[in-house]
Design a protein around this ligand. Structure first.
Ligand code: NIG
Ligand code: FE
Length: 388
């Protein structure tokens, strides 16, 4: 059954061959959805005949957001830690252990209910594809169950046994790396597509990160790396060297890091919710874009460093504080996220792509940055079905 969505004031296709500029913008547009796919896009006056028609009422349409970095299998919250930070304490990786304790103590049902709640919260705000990670279990059983629970809700599942050294291994980090690359990896790899490591002072150094990522590769997982979030370090260079899909955070970069990203297929994923919630300096998106790197924007939604599921909020921050134009930020939150997940079927509204889209109560996508904090998402369609 085909449905035409007509009378769209401004349509973001993310295909420059279909419309104006890098966003492939079409004015007075229509989109034809057939089953779970986009069948046609163009101007309303040229729309083909369809079984149904929906009038968008002069609103803007863009692809559903692709949030390529989140940590949604967890229990508990860290309100007290956030409060302390806002009175001057600084963020460290140590807080992760609070969530590890709460997550281990939770039942499968509690973890799944929490994941569902956050995925629904994201969907209501226009997000139709979500990557999510383990990393709050840190035992073989707890990591494997986190991935099993995640895999029931998304194809984009990342093994992050190497989030921090488990408390039981505080005096034996090498023993923990052996676990993460041995028994835990064997149990987790079947449930995951990606392998990630928090490569940072206080978590894992460059040598440990290389060991963990290459072990994951031998099990068929593709690397992505938490890199250069809290300070300069080897994470970005390692991500590029191993052909990682993305280097995430990229807050503290040398010129050599920027060059490496610009000359690679590794996407620089920026997570401004983390800088917002930790009062850290903003990543310099302008510098990366000017050098020629591919930039994605994501939420990093997690209870510690970035407890937001709002991609629109990240767009507004990126435009206000990271030197992005509204067009660039919208591209990075949709097509950029898709690139970071090596997907060509999402993050764009082109014939053959998944019919994952959002209708805004606004005449154009620019309003996402122009009207920060305003809930502009009016409808969300996923796989051709209106879900919001
Ligand atoms: O991406 N940096 C490491 N991991 C998360 C934070 C996790 C936490 O604080 O619970 C991040 O910011
Ligand atoms: Fe993260």
């Amino acid at each position: 059954m085909s449905t035409a969505i007509t009378n769209i004031s401004s349509l973001v296709t993310n295909d420059p061959s279909l419309g104006e500029g890098p966003l492939g913008l079409i004015q007075d547009a229509a989109v034809v959805v057939d089953g779970d796919r986009i069948a046609w896009v163009g101007t309303t006056s040229k729309a083909p005949a369809t079984d149904n028609a929906v009038d968008a009422g002069g609103r803007a349409v863009l692809p559903g957001y692709v949030d390529s970095h989140s940590h949604l299998v967890f229990a508990g919250d860290r309100t007290a830690e956030f409060n302390a930070r806002m009175s001057g304490r600084s963020y460290t990786a140590g807080g992760i252990r609070t969530t590890v304790a709460a997550t281990r103590a939770a039942t499968d049902e509690e973890l799944e209910a929490n994941l569902r709640r956050h995925l629904h919260e994201a969907l209501r705000q226009g997000t139709t594809t979500v990557e999510t990670k383990s990393g709050y279990g840190l035992t073989t059983d707890d990591e494997a169950r986190a991935l099993r629970i995640a895999a029931a809700h998304t194809d984009e599942v990342t093994y992050l046994g190497a989030h921090v050294v488990a408390p039981e291994f505080a005096d034996d980090p090498a023993g923990y790396v052996a676990l993460v690359t041995g028994e835990m990896l064997d149990a987790c790899a079947p449930h995951a597509r990606w392998v990630d490591v928090f490569c940072e002072r206080g978590a894992f150094d460059g040598d440990q990160a290389r060991t963990i990522l290459t072990a994951g590769q031998r099990h068929g997982l593709v690397p992505r790396v938490h890199a250069n979030q809290l300070g300069h370090g080897p994470g970005v260079q390692l991500a590029v060297e191993l052909g990682a899909a993305s280097a995430d955070h990229c807050t503290h970069l040398t010129d050599a890091d920027v060059d490496a990203l610009a000359n690679s297929s590794t996407v620089a994923t920026l997570l401004p919710g983390a800088e917002f919630s930790t009062r850290a300096p903003w990543p310099d998106a302008r510098r990366l874009l000017d050098a020629g790197a591919t930039v994605a924007l994501s939420t990093d939604c997690n209870p510690g460093s970035s407890y937001t599921s709002s991609m629109s909020f990240c767009i507004a921050l990126a435009v206000r504080d990271m030197g992005m134009t509204p067009d660039e930020a919208v591209w990075s939150a949709t097509a950029g996220g898709a690139a970071a997940l090596r997907r060509t079927d999402v993050g764009r509204l082109t014939p053959g792509a998944r019919a994952d889209l959002q209708l805004l109560d606004a005449p154009s996508h620019v309003h996402l940055a122009y009207r920060p904090g305003v809930p502009l998402v009016r409808e969300v369609w996923r796989g051709g079905v209106r879900e919001v």
